[in-house]
Structures are given as C-alpha cells and as structure tokens.
Design a protein around this ligand. Structure first.
Ligand SMILES: C[S@@+](CC[C@H](N)C(=O)[O-])C[C@H]1O[C@@H](n2cnc3c(N)ncnc32)[C@H](O)[C@@H]1O
Length: 218
C-alpha cells in the first residue's frame, strides 16, 4: 500500500481525518526527519513505515481530545513530537516547542521554515528556565511525549499553565501504573487527573496511554 494511503488509514483508526495537504506535509516531514537523522540523532526508529506509525500517528493520538484552538507548549519535543504533527494537523494552534538540544531545535526550525508555519516557535532552552521568560506563559495546553516522569512533568508545567489549562502526558503501556504510583503526589500538587485514554497503535498494536491533568479549583 502506498505510504499516503497507509498513513491515512492508520490516522482514521485513531479518529483523525486530515486534508490531502496535511498528509503530504506529514510525509515530507517524515522523509526529512530520516534524511537529517543520518547526520544528527533525532530518532532511533529508522524504517519509513515504522516512523509513520510510531512518530506521526502516535503524535496525533491526542488530537481528538484537544481544544481546536489555543496556545500549546511541547516540553522536550526532540525532533518535533508531538508539536510538528499537531501544527500540520491544526495550523491555527500557536505552538512553542522546547528542547535542550540545539541540533534538534535547528531541525525543527528548518521544518517550520520549509512548511511555512506561522505561530510555531522552536526554542532551545532548558524547561527549568522557561518561567523566568514571562513573555511566553501562560499556555492553554502543555503536552509531552516520552519526556520525563509524571512528577517532573507536572512540576515543570505548573508555573506556565493558564487558568483552566490542561497538561497531557503521552505515555506507553505503563502509563496507568505510573498514574497510580503518583496518586498521593498528584493529590498534594494541586492537580487532578481529568481523563485517561488507553489505546493501541493500529499496526504494531503497541499500547499507549494518554493522561490529562488540570489544576483543582481552590
Ligand atoms: C526521549 S526524548 C523525546 C522527544 C520527543 N518528545 C519525542 O516524543 O520523540 C526527550 C527529549 O527531552 C529533552 N529534554 C530532557 N530534559 C529537558 C529539559 N530539562 N529541558 C528541555 N528539554 C529537555 C531531551 O533533549 C530530549 O530531546
């Protein structure tokens, strides 16, 4: 099956329907990721079909659960996951995509320029330094994929989250266990878990867990 059809079919299985242009942009991004990956370390997944599922489709599993507009901070975005697929799927999002590794941010800037993104800002920064940059905060949605333990995610998100904002932690098979292990920390942190979504990726059947948090009303 051609890659474009495979991508479209897998996205439909995670309830995501995109325009033809968005599918083309995602495929271009995948090709560019693998091309740059020969020079700089962006991903351990190097087979083209695996990259479609494990990076592009995986990054978009949260899309049906997000508000259609707003500001997004992607913490520890690496090669641009999930920030770049989200921007391609919903160009109206205003996204700040932060990573501590300069080469990864250079790659994201290249993609943003090539695909003519508006309101997409890759930032080479340690997240611990973000709150002092008050021009950026607060964000309506803070998203993370394969970034850090839950406790660290919530601690870093708290100072930059807007009122009624949400934090999404994209986790693997052990996401629910991590949630249970952190129940008492979450209770004391001022956050509550608003929603959990467990799913499997369409081809590999790999388990994924989406954890959604908001701050409790005081
Ligand atoms: C495992 S990678 C995941 C990248 C991407 N989110 C993905 O799903 O492919 C974690 C990324 O977080 C970045 N990172 C880790 N700690 C960070 C920090 N304190 N501030 C900014 N970036 C950080 C790393 O440089 C790395 O690119």
């Amino acid at each position: 099956m051609p890659d474009r059809d495979l991508l479209e079919e897998m996205l439909q299985q995670v309830k995501v329907v995109l325009s033809g242009k968005a599918l083309d942009d995602l495929l271009w991004f995948r090709d560019e990721l693998l091309r740059w990956n020969k020079k700089i370390n962006l991903t351990a997944i190097t087979d083209p079909a695996g990259t479609l599922e494990k990076h592009l489709v995986d990054s978009l599993t949260l899309l049906p659960y997000l508000k259609p507009k707003g500001t997004i901070l992607d913490m520890g975005s690496g090669g641009g996951f999930p920030s770049i697929p989200l921007k391609i799927a919903r160009p109206s999002y205003k996204i700040w995509s932060v990573d501590a590794v300069a080469k990864k941010i250079s790659f994201q800037k290249h993609v943003a320029r090539s695909l003519n993104f508006q309101d997409f800002t890759p930032l080479h920064l340690r997240l611990e330094d973000l709150p002092s940059n008050s021009a950026l905060a607060p964000f309506d949605m803070v998203v993370t994929r394969a970034f850090a333990p839950l406790k660290e995610i919530l601690e870093l998100a708290k100072p930059v989250l807007a009122l009624n904002g949400i934090v999404v932690a994209m986790k693997g098979a052990d996401g629910m266990d991590e949630l249970e292990e952190n129940r008492s920390y979450i209770e004391g942190s001022g956050f509550c878990c608003q929603k959990t979504v467990q799913m499997r990726l369409p081809k590999s059947d790999a388990k994924r867990t989406l954890l959604f948090f908001k701050e409790r009303a005081s």
